[in-house]
Design a protein around this ligand. Sequence first.
Ligand code: ARG
Length: 266
Amino acid sequence: MSRLLVCPPDFFGVEYEINPWMRLSNQVDHKRAVSQWQTLMGILEQDLGAVLERLSPIPGLPDLVFTANAGLVVGRTAVVSHFRYPERQREEAHSGHWFHEHGYDVMTIDAGLHFEGAGDLLGFPNVWFGGYRQRSDVGVYPILSERFHREIIPLELVDSRFYHLDTCFCPLSGGELLYFPDAFDGNGRQAITKRIPDELRFAVPSGEAVTFACNAVCIGNHVVLPDGCPTTQDWLHRRGYITHPVQLDEFIKSGGAAKCLTLALD
Ligand code: ARG
């Protein structure tokens, strides 16, 4: 059973611009956002059997819905994020409080370093990958690697549209990887191809990368992803996955989709 932290979109909206998707001129339709979020939650609970824990929404924190950025949970330890932009730094205390209240050992990273949680650090059981430059600082990865005894391969994010690793890189439960190669530089692409065999890697076409195909939630042999990604779905079907496309365009206005709206708690 998978436990996920989610946050209802009561106060979700585009209230500032901190990534190229966010435009104050392209406002969120609140009713549609709520219904898209509820559909996603229904699939996670009913079709994937996930248990959802809810973080309470706070007025004035429109991006709190993206719980992937609250932190990183490893066992009973929660590493609380330290956001790059002041607009999101106000979320830190709230998430930290939730982790504390729920019995986690709360770890913070050195004041100077930015780290945006499970949005930038993800991987397979034996090797993790850490996105950096746009949001998280590369200096956090040696610290986390030592703390959790895992190899962490840093990947520089070179395209501002793919500013968190989870927008362009999605490890799957069977060891496969969905990714968008152009979001990485040559070193990053090489590091990825060296670690993940050819037949396990799917290079998402650019038209589907900008539809957030890589921002998918994988639990067992189920994958929940934004709709409009037929090529990615076909590849997943060939690998034996069951796909659940969801309309999430209201969240894409803020630069996020399925995966960003969840945080794995185990
Ligand atoms: N508007 C949010 C931001 O720019 C979106 C975060 C999406 N989260 C993610 N894990 N990709 O920070």
